[in-house]
Design a protein. Structure first.
Length: 176
């Protein structure tokens, strides 16, 4: 009989505690968690060759843009963009350009970091005169000094270069 009372008491306590947790979770659900904050990691200029057309597919018009160099610099990282990468582009029928840039960066202390940078660019300015031009880079860095690049989410902006040579300007931010 005492065991039944103890079990009933335990079940009652769990039910009350569960109801309190549910009420707390309900209140927490009403308040979304704080959004990410962006912190500048580096700014870069990627030097490009003229784009090479690869034809039209059911998905749109495909291009390849060779990456021939460049540089990057930020508070904790700086160096050069290694020649030999490419920016694979798809001009969609809705006028947006999908990008997948695949290349290596070399830091000023000779560490090689692989970059895969996906982006979406609005080719025609919107009603406000602005163009949507964002990227989401993913890094593959050796463990060590730059290992933190493997452990965070990044976002960036992309803009045309200065017009003297084919280039784009990037600003890359970590989301914290």
């Amino acid at each position: 009989m005492a065991a039944d009372v103890d079990r009933r008491g335990l079940i009652g306590a769990l039910a009350v505690g569960g109801a309190a947790l549910a009420a707390g979770a309900s209140a927490a659900a009403a308040q979304p968690p704080a959004g990410p904050r962006s912190v500048l990691v580096y700014q870069a200029v990627a030097l490009l060759e003229e784009r090479v057309p690869h034809g039209t597919s059911p998905y749109g018009e495909r291009f390849r843009v060779p990456i021939i160099g460049g540089s990057f610099e930020g508070p904790d990282i700086r160096g050069r963009i290694v020649p030999g990468g490419a920016d694979w582009q798809l001009l969609r029928t809705d006028g947006y350009l999908e990008l997948v840039a695949d290349y290596f960066m070399e830091t000023d202390d000779k560490v090689q970091i692989k970059v895969t940078n996906r982006g979406l660019i609005q080719t025609v300015p919107g009603a406000d005169g602005q163009r949507y031009a964002m990227t989401t880079p993913r890094f593959e860095a050796p463990m060590g000094k730059y290992g933190w690049l493997n452990q965070l989410i990044f976002a960036g902006t992309v803009a045309p270069g200065d017009g003297k040579v084919p280039a784009v300007r990037l600003a890359i931010y970590k989301l914290v």
